[in-house]
Design a protein around this ligand. Structure first.
Ligand code: ZN
Length: 472
């Protein structure tokens, strides 16, 4: 079978660029840099991913909303840290037709400043709490660094959940729920990840603290897929989000958010893909099974009838399948569906039909096996489980073998992956480590155990371990 021009193990970044286009995920030729066209296959995968997060939101009692794209400047300016964090990255709307607007509007970079003035109208009493909503929308950030499909773009497909609570403790319970949601969600996508408590100087603009979800790409760089923020009452005060408690007292809400972006697709491509294309976990594959007839003259009808039988058996079991009857060679069809990451291929030839069997080929390992025609549905469903297990275990092995706990900065030098170094907690020491190693601070582990070592930069007793890595 043909392979990608660039090999994943030789030049990961170039392989990635090649494979996102070959697999029909996006078109980067749109004449605004960083604003890509979602092609049908990529968009369907994204919709399936969104479907999983919608399911998670439903089971945790979040309701879906859709706020406007444009935000008046005066609302955006209310939270000082927030505006400082995002100010340089926003797109401004200054005119309507020929008329200059009295007040500039901006394209949402995230939706706190659009939602919170409205939350202050929605929330009156303690019985309105907790308020738990989410939306899946496009957001905009003016990226000045080099753009990369799904990983660094200017128009971002974005998921954001926003919650309001009566006090800090209830908001903390929400953060605990968010961590469970993230764990279930990424597990379904076969993506092992780590939580990191971001350092003070790199938390979300306006947050009390920020937890990130980071995955390791095969290049050794980490990719942040999402984050969970505890806001305390930092936004409730400027946006006046108050409720009346049981005693008639007016109190500020405490808030949280949980955000994720289309980077999830970038991680799936990067972590699971190979030199034949992308590899999709069955749960998000638009086509889970492709059926390819192997036609010989005079046996066409017999083969196609068997294919149709397989197709309808799979469809009635809610397995999404596609019967590829196009005029083309089986080999070229295999190549195309492998590029697109279809988890399982069914091959049906005249000899199989005579024996009452079909051949199943799995995309992840390339293994083939013959199964009885009447068992095809259960065999396919078993294969889906095997494929998901194999994808997550392979990715876990990569993550685990790329984790290095070291005692000093020298030992961390040249390591490909994530290093953990004893740390006193001071910014200047972490920045020194960043500079020496040419890495970024990911933060500290959430459940950081005692660290008996000394900070290798200042020599003082370490409070915890700090994680660093090269990042996207
Ligand atoms: Zn130190």
């Amino acid at each position: 079978m043909p392979e990608t021009k660039v090999k994943k193990e030789e030049d990961f970044n170039e392989w990635y660029n090649e494979v996102v286009e070959l697999a029909d995920l996006c078109d980067k030729r749109y004449p605004i840099k960083g604003m890509n066209v979602w092609r049908p296959h990529g968009w369907e995968i994204m919709q399936n991913i969104d479907g999983i997060i919608r399911g998670e939101m439903r089971r945790t009692n979040h309701l879906e909303v859709y706020f406007p794209l444009l935000i008046p400047e005066s609302l955006f300016q209310k939270e000082a840290e927030h505006i400082e964090g995002f100010g340089g990255e926003v797109y401004w709307v200054t005119h309507a037709g020929e008329n200059k607007l009295e007040e500039r509007w901006l394209l949402r970079p995230t939706s706190e400043t659009a939602m919170y003035p409205v939350f202050s109208l929605w929330i009156r009493s303690h019985s309105d709490l907790p308020l738990k909503v989410f939306q899946i929308v496009n957001t905009f950030r003016y990226e000045t660094k080099q753009t990369r499909a799904f990983i660094r773009v200017r128009e971002i497909h974005f998921f954001e959940a926003h919650t309001c609570h009566r006090d800090f403790e209830d908001a903390e319970r929400q953060i605990a729920e968010d961590k469970e949601i993230a764990t279930r969600f990424f597990n379904k996508l076969c993506l092992p990840f780590i939580f990191n408590k971001r350092p003070e100087w790199d938390k979300f603009a306006g947050a009390f603290y920020t937890i990130s979800m980071d995955v390791l790409m095969p290049s050794g760089r980490t990719l942040q897929l999402g984050s969970i923020h505890q806001y305390r009452d930092n936004f409730a005060k400027p946006y006046d989000i108050k409720y009346e408690d049981e005693n008639g007292e007016h109190k500020y809400c405490h808030q949280t958010t949980y955000g994720m972006s289309e980077r999830v697709i970038g991680a799936i491509v990067g972590v699971h893909g190979d030199n034949k294309g992308i590899v999709l976990p069955p749960v998000i594959a638009p086509v889970q099974v492709v059926i390819v007839p192997i036609i010989f003259k005079g046996k066409e009808k017999m083969v196609l009838d068997a294919c149709k039988q397989v197709h309808s058996a799979l469809e009635s079991a809610s397995v999404s399948s596609y019967l590829d009857e196009r005029e083309d060679t089986p080999g070229r069809k295999y190549y195309e569906w492998e590029l697109k990451g279809v988890p399982v291929r069914v091959e049906v030839g005249p000899r199989d039909v005579e024996k009452g069997t079909v051949v199943l080929a799995r995309r992840d390992t390339g293994e083939k096996r013959e199964v009885k025609l009447e068992d095809v549905v259960s065999e396919v469903q078993n294969l889906f489980e095997d494929i998901s297990r194999n994808l997550i275990e392979t990715a876990k092995r990569l993550l685990e073998s790329s984790f290095f706990r070291v005692k000093n900065v020298d030992e961390a030098r040249g390591k490909k992956g994530i290093v953990e170094i004893p740390w006193c907690g001071r910014e200047e020491c972490a920045v020194e480590m960043e500079n020496v190693l040419d890495m970024r601070t990911l933060g500290e582990p959430l459940d950081a155990e005692e660290c008996d070592e000394n900070c290798p930069v200042c020599g003082e007793k370490a409070k915890t371990w700090v994680r660093l890595a090269k990042t996207y």
